[in-house]
Design a protein around this ligand. Sequence first.
Ligand code: TYM
Length: 332
Amino acid sequence: KPRVLSGIQPTADSFHLGNYLGALRQWVPLQDEHDAFYFIPDMHAITVPQDPKLLRKRTRLAAAQLLAIGIDPERSTLFVQSHVPEHAELSWVLNCITGFGEAGRMTQFKDKSAKQGAESTGVGLFTYPILMAADILLYRSHLVPVGEDQRQHLELTRDLAQRFNARYGKSFVVPEATIIKEFAKVYDLQEPTKKMSKSGDNPKGVINLLDDPKVSAKRIKSAVTDTGSEVRFDRAEKPGVSNLLTINSALSGRSIAELEQRFAGGGYGDLKGDTAEVLTGFVTPLRSAVDGYLADPAELDRVLSRGAERARAVASGTLKRVYDRVGFLASG
Ligand code: TYM
């Protein structure tokens, strides 16, 4: 079976709708035909300051949310990155074949470090994409389902895989990103030309899966829309309306064309009301499923440690081969 791998950071109490529609939703059906590895990159999380207690709590919250959306730990390997030391070990080797300039061209790093200033930017943030490459290459993954903002990191991963293979002999699978065009970028509700993001400036622009559905409904209803009153999908002229249509269509299974027709007469108000309703219908059972998993943290931890064991079985084989290829003396 071809392998699929992806990860989501435990840096907020809740995943947001961008995470879900851009990435997580694809993870579920991919479990059927693929050998799936899904993980929580806590080592990526500490590239910016984290409160240790919160990080631990959010790691469990992330696991509970992944189970609740339908990741099945019997069919998928679900684990926490720091439980598998091979990620850090491979990342060191990859650091040594990555150009300084090449890493410096990563736009996410440039944006984040520009915001924080060079003195408060950790070196970990700079090497973050190389750790991500290690995550992917360790499992010889074929497919990596992510949103648009990870595309450049995937390109780097492919370059590093090809470079290593050319220099030391074929060791890695060169992975493909799977990015679903319509949902690759879910936009902020208040600034619909910017991506929805947990670090966004205005919390009203973000729909968190675990927020009170009443709060989320309100956020949908106060979403910034566009001039005019025609409900039509048009990213350039009507970014706000297009974003709502995308969200509604993804959660309701109705096509954009169907929605345009349905709300042709009613204007933006009807579209917002219906979208709020569809969203509530989706998050209400999800929230209670998450609560169910959180009620038994010991069982959650068991699921994660079984996952880590399975992950290590694959990761250690890859790392061993890599160490041999680069000329490290076997440790006997
Ligand atoms: P993270 O935790 O920021 O986001 C998780 C996933 O959500 C997608 N995403 C979006 N998709 C559409 N619209 C949005 N507004 C939106 N916001 C976020 C992201 O593209 C991502 O797929 N570096 C990764 C985590 C990671 C990883 C990996 C992923 C670490 N190692 C190996 C894949 C493979 C990240 O920070 O994602």
